[in-house]
Design a protein around this ligand. Structure first.
Ligand code: SAM
Length: 246
C-alpha cells in the first residue's frame, strides 16, 4: 500500500551537505532511512488528520486545541512514548510535539490513539523553522528537549541543536517564568548546554546549585535514554526558567 506523506509544511533535504544558496542552514538532524512498519504507515495515512498540524502560517494555539490551557512543546520526541505518557498523565495541559522522523511520528500516532489523547498535536518539520516562522512569541509554559542528537565529534558540534542563537529564539517563545527542560547523556554537550543557558541573561537556573537537576523523578524515561543506560551512560538534566522581563 502506498501512503501519502504527512509532511506538508516544508520539504527537508536528505543531504544538507549539498544545499547551497541563501536558505542554506546546517541542520541538527540527518533524515534516517529507518524502516517504517506497516502499522506506522497506516497511522501516518489515517491518523495524521486527527493529530497532525499542516500548513500553518502563525499557529493559533487556542484554535489548534479548541481551548486555552498551559502549553508544553517537545522538540525531537523520537518514538514519542514519553511525550504520550506525559500527555496522558496531564490532561489539563496541551502538548505540541515536533519531529522529523516519520517512523517515530507513526509510533506516536498509534500510541496517542490507544491512549485516546485529546491534548496532543504533532508537527512534522524542522523545529528551528517552526520557531522562526510559525510559533507566536510568549506562548509556551514549557519547552522540553530530551536527548537532542549529541553530535559528539568536534567537527560536528556545529550541528548541535542547542546553540546560543537557537536558545535566544526559543526563549522568545516562552511565557514569563516559562521553563526550559533539557536532558542529555553526552557529558560534553551537557556542559555546553549549561554554559549556553547560564550565559543567557533572560534565563535563570532552577537547580539549587546553578548546576544540573536530578531528572529521573520529574519526567518519564525515553527510548534513547534507556539505550544509553544499557551502555552505561550517565544522564544530565538541566532546568531553567525565563525571567519575568526579557
Ligand atoms: C537522539 S534522538 C532522541 C529522541 C527522543 N527524545 C528520545 O530521547 O528517545 C533526537 C531526535 O531529535 C530529532 N530532531 C533533531 N533535530 C530536530 C529538529 N531540528 N527538528 C525536529 N526534530 C529534530 C531527531 O529526528 C531525533 O528523533
Amino acid at each position: 500500500m502506498t501512503t501519502k506523506s504527512p509532511l506538508k509544511i516544508m520539504p527537508i533535504s536528505n543531504d544538507p551537505g549539498t544545499e547551497t544558496g541563501p536558505s542554506y542552514r546546517i541542520r541538527s538532524f540527518v533524515r534516517r532511512q529507518s524502516r517504517t512498519t506497516r502499522a506506522q504507515r497506516r497511522a501516518l495515512a489515517e491518523l495524521w488528520a486527527r493529530f497532525g498540524v499542516d500548513s500553518i502560517e502563525t499557529l493559533n494555539v487556542e484554535v489548534l486545541f479548541g481551548r486555552y490551557a498551559p502549553l508544553v512543546l517537545e522538540i525531537g520526541f523520537g518514538d514519542g512514548e514519553s511525550l504520550a505518557d506525559m500527555a496522558a498523565a496531564n490532561p489539563e495541559v496541551d502538548y505540541l510535539g515536533i519531529e522529523v522522523h516519520h517512523p517515530g511520528i507513526g509510533h506516536l500516532l498509534l500510541r496517542a490513539t490507544e491512549l485516546g489523547l485529546n491534548n496532543l498535536r504533532i508537527i512534522c518539520a524542522d523545529a528551528v523553522e517552526i520557531l522562526e516562522r510559525h510559533l507566536p512569541d510568549e506562548c509556551l509554559d514549557r519547552a522540553q528537549i530530551f536527548f537532542p542528537d549529541p553530535w559528539p565529534k568536534t567537527r560536528h558540534h556545529k550541528r548541535r541543536l542547542i546553540q546560543p542563537s537557537f536558545i535566544s529564539l526559543l526563549v522568545r517563545k516562552l511565557k514569563p517564568f516559562g521553563q526550559l527542560h533539557v536532558a542529555t547523556d553526552c557529558e560534553h554537550y551537557a556542559h555546553s548546554i549549561l554554559d549556553i543557558l547560564s550565559a543567557t541573561p533572560t534565563l535563570k537556573n532552577m537547580s539549587a546549585d546553578n548546576g544540573f537537576i536530578p531528572g529521573s523523578s520529574c519526567r518519564p524515561s525515553t527510548k534513547f535514554e534507556r539505550r544509553g543506560e544499557r551502555l552505561g551512560h550517565k544522564v544530565w538534566d538541566i532546568l531553567f526558567a525565563r525571567r519575568d522581563n526579557q
